[in-house]
Design a protein. Sequence first.
Length: 253
Amino acid sequence: MSFTVVVPARAASTRLPGKPLLDIGGLPMVVRTARQAAQSGADRVIIATDHPDVLQAAISHGIEALATRPDHPTGTDRLSEVVQQLALDDAAIVVNVQGDEPLIDPALIDAVAALLQQHPEAAITTCAAPISDAATLFDPNAVKVVCDSRQRALYFSRAPIPWARDALKDGQQRLAPGLPALHHIGLYAYRAGFLRTFPELPPGRLEHVESLEQLRALEQGFPIFVHQTQTLPARGVDTPEDLARVRALFSNI
């Protein structure tokens, strides 16, 4: 199996200014993420950034990097530019690993790439894990996904789906026994041909309502297959508390 990992690294961050370059165990976070991703079966790992300091940090640590435009509305648009710059074949597989995921599981990267290779009809693959507590099910920041019998995504939502009508009829927030609720994990594999097409797709109504970019693909009829893992991977770095947690982990290595 042949695939490329792209690590988009946008310099701007309101909660963590300069996030890609924040130190984690003696390395910039984006470099730490790229090195972790390189433990997968990827043929190459590339940092795609809109900032010269991030570009220089990648190069100085021996990581392949590309300069991309600063005006991309989404990370997927940035990947589309990378596909164009590299002139990748439409059938090539590209895995998107966010630059704030220094603890990303390399096996999960391999799994989403393998799933895309196994399903030539798919444009995208992603992953999810079972929800085991009511707090997650009802948390709008935890995206849920419902799949069909072939593990194709039917819908992604911030709402608690599927809705257990009988178990929740009293208005209490609880996790119904046996509920097939899945917590979406934001790791994606794409075919390069889809990434070329994506910037031309009009944003969808559902995408706008839920503020979930992957709904654009579903609204336009592009199949998304979902790899199910049994446990949620380690969280990325979104807040100062996340940063302290991850730094503490690396200080003990």
